[in-house]
Design a protein. Structure first.
Length: 259
């Protein structure tokens, strides 16, 4: 069991589990009312320290700037939720000891000490002449998470394209000319009567289709950041201090003061 002088500097340090994983920050140290020795650490866990868990200090050790306990991080987070008041009730202690697999030997009550719980101790050797009033303040921040994914996908589609193409073709035309002095020699160069054939080759154009791949544009993904506003609502607790004084008639008067 670490002594009070050792744990005096643990306030505000990080509590780590048996494997060195971060559990949370030590908010207060709870002492045994009978022995004055430290027995419990109140550790804040979760986002912005929204949750508080009690952890036994019986086997806690200092590791560099952290405090190590022989428990698993999830075991601490699953510990029974106990209101971190100035004392732990007997039933609450029994429940915590049972959760950590420890034997509850005596029904002692524990009080809180340290910066995080100063002013909650109203009796005992460490009480001073003032009472500290505390209140919770809402700390709001942001954390990033994945909201979705966008990707570019390229695929091929087919469509029918029609285009008119002009084509030319040859056709035969019969021409007749009378016999004149100019063509008489050619006309009488052969036999007077005979059989003969004359052949002419006809040509035509036909459409020819050729396809080629042509780059058209470049497409990429880019991101813009837009800023919006969301409303966050949470309850915060505030301590109130009442002034009680008794007059000679035995009547009691209360005054409430809030700092």
């Amino acid at each position: 069991m670490p002594d009070i002088d050792t744990v005096g500097g643990w306030q505000g340090r990080t509590l780590v589990d048996r494997d060195g994983g971060r559990i949370g920050s030590i908010d207060a140290i709870y002492l045994d009312d009978h022995t004055g020795q430290p027995e419990w650490a109140l550790v804040t866990t979760g986002l912005f320290g929204a949750k508080a868990s009690f952890v036994p200090l019986a086997q806690a050790t200092q590791s560099d700037h952290d405090v190590r306990v022989p428990y698993d991080k999830q075991l601490v987070k699953d510990a029974p939720r106990v209101d971190p008041d100035q004392h732990l009730a007997e039933a609450e202690e029994r429940q915590l000891w049972r959760h950590y697999g420890l034997d509850y030997d005596r029904p002692t009550r524990r009080r809180a000490t340290g910066r995080g719980a100063g002013g909650r101790d109203t009796s005992g050797p460490r009480t001073d002449d003032a009472m500290t009033r505390s209140e919770e303040e809402l700390r709001v921040g942001t954390t990033q998470r994945e909201r979705g994914r966008v990707r570019l996908r390229k695929y091929v589609t087919t469509e029918q394209v029609q285009q008119a193409v002009p084509v030319r073709r040859e056709r035969v035309r019969v021409e007749r000319e009378p016999i004149t002095d100019a063509n008489l020699a050619a006309a009488t160069s052969g036999p007077e009567l005979s059989e003969a054939e004359h052949e002419v080759i006809l040509r035509e154009e036909e459409p020819v289709v050729e396809k080629r791949v042509v780059p058209k544009e470049r497409v990429r993904l880019d991101k813009d950041t837009v800023t919006g506003e969301e409303q966050v609502a949470e309850e915060v607790r505030t301590e109130q201090i009442d002034l009680q004084d008794e007059d000679r008639t035995g009547g009691r008067h209360q005054r409430r003061r809030r700092r």
